[in-house]
Design a protein around this ligand. Structure first.
Ligand SMILES: [Zn+2]
Length: 346
C-alpha cells in the first residue's frame, strides 16, 4: 500500500509540468502547424507540367512556410496568410458583368471563409487571411479606371462584413499611403521596391529553359498568363490595331504589370513579415509562395476575369460571353445589380 501511494505521488509530481495548456511541447506545436498547412495545401495549385510532389505534407513544399506557422502556434496566436488578389474587375465587358464584385467574388470569399472555419475547429486562434488587393498597383497599365478600383475595394469590404467573415480582411495601396495621389503612390512604390525590366526579362527567358529555378519558372508562367489576359482584354470589336500590334503591346505591358506586382510583393513581405505568402498562380514544389485555389474546384478563371454560372453540379466560373453563348439566364441580386448566370432550369 505504502509503495503504491508513493509511486502514485511520484507520477503526479513528474507529470504536472507536462500538463500545461499554455506551453505545448515542441512536437505538438509542430504537429499542429503541419496540420494547418496541410489543410491549406489541400487546395493548392501546382503547374500542370509540374510533377506532383507527394501529398499535402511534402516537406520540401512546407519548408519555407512551416517556421512562420510554428511561430504563431507557439504563441497560441492566429496564423496570418497574405494573398495578393482581387484587384478589380477586368475592363473587358465581354468577360464580366460590371466593375463591382458580384457572386463570383462572393463564392471565392465563402471558400476562403470556410477554410478559416475548418482550421478553427482544431486550432482555436485560427488563421487570418489578408487579401492584398492589388488593382491600384497596376490599374493604369491594364486600363482599369481608378474610380472602378476604388468602388471595387469598398464593395469587397462591404461583402466581407455582410458575410461576417471575421478572419478575412483587405489591405491595399490606398491603406498603405493614405490620402496621397494614386500616381504618386505608384511612383513611390516603384522607387523603393521596383526592379529593372532587364533583370525581369532575363528571368522570364531563363524560365522557359531546362534547369530553371522555381522563381524563373514562375516569372515565365506569370508573363505568359498576364500577356494572354492583356491580349484578350485588348481584342474587342471595333479596335483598329492589327493582332500583331496588340500582341506586342500586351507583351510590353505584361512586363510592367509583373514589375509592379513584384514591388507590391516586396512591400507586403516587409509590412507583414510574419505572414505566409499565398498566390493565385500555380507554384512549383519548394516555392516561397503557396499557390491556392479561389474556389473549391480547380479553375484557371478568377472571379474578376469572369462570371459565376450555376449548373446542376454547382457553380463554375467562365467568361461572360461563354455563359451567354450557352444560353444561361442572368440573375440579379436583391439590390438589383447583375449577380451571376444560371443554367439550372426552374
Ligand atoms: Zn513539394
Amino acid at each position: 500500500m505504502q509503495n503504491t501511494e508513493s509511486s502514485f505521488e511520484l507520477i503526479t509530481v513528474q507529470s504536472s509540468p507536462v500538463v500545461n495548456f499554455y506551453s505545448p511541447s515542441t512536437d505538438s506545436v509542430k504537429e499542429m502547424a503541419i496540420r494547418i498547412l496541410a489543410e491549406v495545401m489541400k487546395f493548392r495549385r501546382t503547374p500542370k507540367s509540374h510533377q506532383p510532389c507527394g501529398d499535402e505534407k511534402c516537406s520540401h513544399c512546407s519548408s519555407y512556410h512551416l517556421p512562420k506557422i510554428i511561430e504563431a502556434v507557439e504563441k497560441n496566436e492566429p496564423v496570418t496568410f497574405v494573398l495578393p488578389a482581387f484587384p478589380g474587375k477586368s475592363p473587358n465587358p465581354r468577360k464580366v458583368l460590371g466593375a463591382l464584385p458580384d457572386h463570383a467574388e462572393r463564392l471565392s470569399l465563402a471558400f476562403l471563409g470556410n477554410l478559416c472555419e475548418r482550421i478553427k475547429e482544431y486550432y482555436l486562434p485560427g488563421i487570418k487571411i489578408i487579401i492584398c488587393s492589388d488593382g491600384r498597383v497596376f490599374s493604369d497599365v491594364v486600363g482599369m479606371k481608378e474610380s472602378d478600383v476604388t468602388a471595387y475595394q469598398i464593395e469587397l469590404d462591404n461583402m466581407i462584413e455582410e458575410m461576417s467573415l471575421n478572419d478575412i480582411s483587405t489591405f491595399n495601396l490606398d491603406d498603405y499611403y493614405g490620402g496621397i495621389d494614386f500616381v504618386e503612390m505608384r511612383d513611390h512604390l516603384m522607387d523603393i521596391y521596383g526592379k529593372s525590366v532587364d533583370s525581369l526579362k532575363e528571368k522570364v527567358k531563363k524560365g522557359a529553359k531546362p534547369g530553371a529555378t522555381p522563381e524563373e519558372l514562375e516569372a515565365n508562367r506569370m508573363y505568359c498568363g498576364i500577356t494572354r489576359f492583356l491580349f484578350e482584354d485588348a481584342v474587342h470589336p471595333g479596335q483598329t490595331k492589327s493582332r500583331a500590334a496588340v500582341q506586342r503591346e500586351a507583351r510590353a505591358k505584361s512586363y510592367e504589370v509583373i514589375r509592379r506586382s513584384n514591388a507590391w510583393t516586396e512591400l507586403i513581405a516587409e509590412y507583414f513579415p510574419q505572414a505566409v505568402r499565398l498566390s493565385i498562380h500555380p507554384q512549383v514544389c519548394g516555392s516561397k509562395k503557396l499557390g491556392i485555389r479561389l474556389i473549391a474546384n480547380e479553375s484557371w478563371m478568377t472571379p474578376w476575369h469572369g462570371v459565376a454560372v450555376e449548373t446542376d453540379e454547382g457553380f463554375v466560373l467562365m467568361k461572360r460571353f461563354q455563359a451567354e453563348d450557352l444560353g444561361a439566364k442572368l440573375v440579379y441580386s436583391s439590390n438589383g445589380r447583375p449577380s451571376h448566370f444560371t443554367l439550372v432550369k426552374d
